[in-house]
Design a binder for this molecule. Structure first.
Ligand SMILES: Cc1cc2nc3c(=O)[nH]c(=O)nc-3n(C[C@H](O)[C@H](O)[C@H](O)COP(=O)(O)OP(=O)(O)OC[C@H]3O[C@@H](n4cnc5c(N)ncnc54)[C@H](O)[C@@H]3O)c2cc1C
Length: 863
């Protein structure tokens, strides 16, 4: 690919789509000196803004932001007239861009690409168009849009209507005059909400058919915002940089105000400010936790509903317009101009399809379960087959005859949303697995295009001309995309983000919600790490550094980032007392954990004095006795107490249905080895002997612990076996210390940067046990006799220095005949699984733990 291809019908690259993405891609490829051919089914450039010409069509990201930023000269030459420009103005802009850079001659309009097939021998794509042309190219780039494939309405009798039919996404270029007409609009998503007020101005009668009410806030449109223009004027580069490194592609200071803890006054003030501002970026970030925590989300949602009720005069209509079946932001929120007011007009009516579903479209109107309506025109605002529709429709066939449709039958699979394994040299812009529709797309598009162009340039320099992601890198990215979605409320909604609007489409969260900034960082890191996860070949040889770019759970990474900003001293540099004080201070503001039925404190007679304990009794239908779990807190035998693990104990209690007795054993350095282990065993003996008084079921006793607490729990099991009792039904060991060997690979991999470090672990051991004692099975239970021990559930976290000893203990116990459940805490650190209601991704691991605890008490583990 050193020189542009000059054989007729052969190009270095084909770009399908001539919207925001395709135009910029063409421009960048040309800059690289490549021969490029563009196609678009549309008659001209513009993409979204070519097709969606309905009255009221506007962007909903303020135009100073929704614009190209790659060329400062271009920015100087164009001035937006409004905060939210209309479709004609945005289309004019894209035409202006096409003309300014002379892009049109390279694009064939009114031409649909119908198929693309990879030729493995030639290392080229063969592209076929609806006009029957065949074009060959090395790089095939689909800039086909996330919202470009209209969804056909799935309503009985659609073809039957004899009046005028319009689709917002395919609006006639000459416009439509509805004056004096009886008009139906079906659909109340973004397009419906924009078009309805304008049709109402003309129609003699407007009936809106609504299946799902949507959250919308007033756009407060007007001139382009002066404050933003001023910022751009003063420091354009700084402003654009801030946009590129923001969460959604618009400069915005993230808030740390939590909806659940903010005062009523703060909540109201923040919401009203966002309402007045009229921008999506404001209303989706009233509270830091509004997309994570249902209670916080409800606060914003209810305030929007209040507004709707205050605007719409008819209370039944108002109620029908209030969304109640999804969390705010889990479906695309809308900006509107007079949408809710429109329902106060006497000739406008809302039909709630939840109450009276459409039975059929008829020759002269619409029949619902309760009424027949006559219309002159029907407008469908029924949305798109989002994110995958246009890609799947274009019949792309990769290596070994595998089609994209087949590969994606259970949902799309991409690396960075840009490429997919088995389809070499095939790039998608704003593909599934990229931030795309959750962002200011102008910013995301520029980033994608720049990445692809940079990649092709790097390949050329290295003498490489074929690129494809590895399966490992791709599945790792897919997992990360789903992990990011899973900690939010997004998957709870039947939204087009989830593919739920298209019958039969797999239910998968399609975009990447980690943020524009996090996504950009991941893409940059891939390059930085030698195109990690890509296989590249060409005359210059072959190279592949396989791997996964993001393995850590997103909320664990956020917590680590937050802790890093606090600048805390390393624990191992402190005295034991100072370290204890620091731990207590950092725990002060954390969420309390779930409610349980009863919490009581008491003391146990230990071998060297009383040991405090705290008992948690689960809420539940029965007041009767429950199985008993004796729990030991973490803290390296030095730190921790009954309070430190309180939220975790509540969580274990609620999930297992068992009575949890959390015991505070003696700590080092005041009481060194084997004090903690002996206390633990004494506590188990005492709990067994006092089961009835504790509300337990005699004979149904398990032990549990985290970290060093898991160490003493494991030791207690060995001591109980040696002593001939008590019978222990199971041992739950969360990230246990089971050996004193700090040379395992997990120490090498995770010994620094994940809270529990090798240095800290060494500090713990130094405080707890003399070197000569560290091989004693009461300190290192992995070195003991493992025959005849109770069933175990062992949690091993990926980013824990102790991971390998936990896994080693699981294997050794299993080899010795004990039933073992190894719960892999994927993407977690030593501490994150225990961070109840802070690290949301820990909840599934704790659910598994809860199940394991319950299973301990099922036969045959019972005596
Ligand atoms: C009504 C509406 C309002 C929007 N408002 C905003 C907003 O305010 N802010 C924002 O960030 N985003 C908005 N979006 C999203 C918008 O789609 C993107 O911002 C952006 O315009 C996408 O550009 P694109 O070039 O990637 O895709 P598109 O603009 O969708 O262009 C894709 C082009 O590919 C062509 N194509 C597809 N398949 C083929 C094929 N097989 N052969 C030939 N041609 C093909 C299509 O004809 C289309 O012209 C809006 C979307 C809609 C529908």
């Amino acid at each position: 690919m050193n020189k542009p291809t000059s054989i007729p019908g052969q190009f270095d690259a084909v770009v399908v789509g001539a919207g925001f993405s395709g135009l910029y891609m063409l421009y960048r490829l040309r800059q690289l000196g490549l021969s490029v051919k563009g196609f678009d089914s549309a008659g001209d450039v513009g993409g979204t803004w070519y097709w969606n010409r309905y009255p009221g069509a506007r962007c909903d990201i303020a135009t100073p932001d929704y614009t190209y930023s790659f060329d400062p000269e271009l920015e100087k030459e164009w001035t937006w007239s409004e905060k939210y420009a209309t479709q004609p103005e945005i289309l004019d802009y894209l035409r202006f861009v096409a003309d300014r850079y002379g892009l049109r001659p390279d694009i064939e309009f009114s031409t649909t690409v119908t198929s693309a097939r990879w030729d493995e021998q030639e290392k080229r794509w063969t592209i076929t168009t609806g006009r029957g042309e065949e074009i060959r190219c090395r790089y095939y780039i689909m800039a086909t849009g996330c919202l470009s494939m209209p969804k056909s309405p799935d309503i009985e009798g659609v073809g039957r209507f004899g009046g005028q039919v319009y689709f917002t996404s395919r609006w006639p270029h000459e416009g439509v005059d509805f004056t004096g007409q009886r008009v139906a609009v079906i659909g109340t998503g973004s397009s419906g909400i924009q078009v309805i007020p304008l049709i109402a101005r003309q129609a003699s009668q407007l009936t809106v058919f609504q299946r799902t009410p949507n959250f919308s806030i007033p756009a407060h449109n007007g001139p382009a915002p002066a404050d933003r223009l001023k910022q751009l004027d003063e420091d354009r580069d700084g402003y654009r940089h801030a946009a590129r490194w923001s969460r959604i592609g618009v400069p915005n200071e993230p808030t740390d105000v939590l909806g659940v803890t903010a005062s009523e006054a703060v909540r109201r003030e923040r919401f009203e400010a966002a309402w007045r501002q009229g921008e999506l970026v404001g209303i989706v970030s009233v509270f830091a936790d509004q997309l994570l925590n249902p209670a916080s989300n409800d606060i914003v949602a209810e305030m929007i509903r209040e507004k709707v009720r205050s605007i719409v005069k008819d209370s039944e209509t108002a109620e029908a317009l209030c969304p109640k079946d999804h969390y705010f932001g889990t479906k695309r929120p809308c900006l509107d101009t007079g949408y809710f007011d429109t329902y106060n007009l006497p000739h406008v009516r809302l039909v709630d399809l939840r109450k009276q579903p459409i039975v059929s479209i008829t020759e002269d109107g619409i029949e619902t379960a309760e009424e027949s309506f006559g219309f002159d025109a029907i407008v469908y605002a029924t949305g798109f087959d989002a994110m995958t529709g246009a890609l799947a429709a274009a019949d792309v066939t990769g290596r070994d005859g595998l089609s994209l449709k087949e590969k994606w039958a259970a949902g799309p699979s991409t690396y960075l949303g840009l490429m997919t394994a088995g389809f070499p040299n095939f790039f998608m812009l704003t593909g599934p697995g990229s931030p795309s529709v959750l962002s200011n797309m102008a910013v995301s598009i520029e980033q994608h295009v720049d990445w692809v162009a940079g990649c092709l340039e790097d390949m050329r320099e290295a003498g490489l001309d074929t690129i494809e992601p590895t399966e490992l890198a791709e599945s790792g990215w897919n997992q990360h995309v789903q992990d990011c979605g899973a900690i939010t409320l997004m998957p709870t909604a039947n939204s087009w983000y989830m593919g739920a609007n298209v019958p039969g489409k797999p239910r998968v969260f399609l975009p990447y919600i980690g943020g524009v900034d996090a996504y950009r960082q991941a893409c940059d890191d891939v390059v930085e790490q030698g195109y990690l996860g890509f296989r590249m070949t060409g005359p210059g040889g072959a190279r592949c550094r396989d791997g996964v770019i993001r393995r850590m759970q997103p909320d664990v990474a956020m917590v680590l980032d937050l802790i890093a900003t606090l600048g805390l001293p390393p624990m191992e540099t402190l005295s034991a007392d100072d370290a204890r004080a620091l731990l207590a201070a950092t725990a002060a503001n954390r969420p309390p954990g779930p409610e349980v039925d009863q919490v009581t404190d008491g003391v146990i007679p230990g071998p060297a004095g009383d040991l405090p304990y705290r008992l948690y009794r689960p809420a539940g239908p029965s007041e009767g006795p429950r199985p008993l779990v004796v729990y030991f807190h973490g803290g390296g035998w030095v730190l921790g107490n009954l309070d430190s693990d309180d939220p975790l104990c509540r969580d274990l209690c609620e999930r297992s249905g068992a009575v949890i007795v959390s015991v505070n054993y003696r700590h080092a350095p005041e009481d060194r080895f084997p004090a903690a282990a002996l206390d633990a065993f004494a506590a188990v003996q005492w709990a067994d002997a006092n089961a009835i008084e504790l509300g337990g079921i005699p004979g149904q006793l398990a032990v549990a612990g985290w970290s060093a607490g898991a160490n003493v729990a494991a030791v207690a099991c060995q001591l109980a076996r040696d002593a001939g009792g008590p019978h222990i039904s199971g041992q739950l060991l969360i990230c246990p210390v089971v050996d004193s060997d700090l040379a395992r690979p997990s120490y090498q991999e995770n010994g620094d940067g994940y809270i529990l470090t090798t240095a800290l672990m060494k500090w713990f051991w130094d405080h707890y046990a003399d070197a000569a004692d560290r091989g004693d099975p009461r300190a290192a239970p992995l070195r003991g006799d493992l025959q005849g021990l109770p069933p175990a559930c062992i949690v091993a976290a990926d980013f824990d220095p102790l991971r390998d000893e936990g896994v080693g203990y699981a294997r050794a116990l299993e080899a010795a005949g004990a039933p073992v459940r190894l719960a892999r805490a994927r993407g977690h650190t030593h501490t994150s699984v225990t961070m109840v209601d802070v690290v949301i991704s820990g909840a599934p691991v704790r659910a598994e733990i809860g199940e394991a605890l319950r299973n301990f008490f099922l036969p045959p583990n019972r005596p």
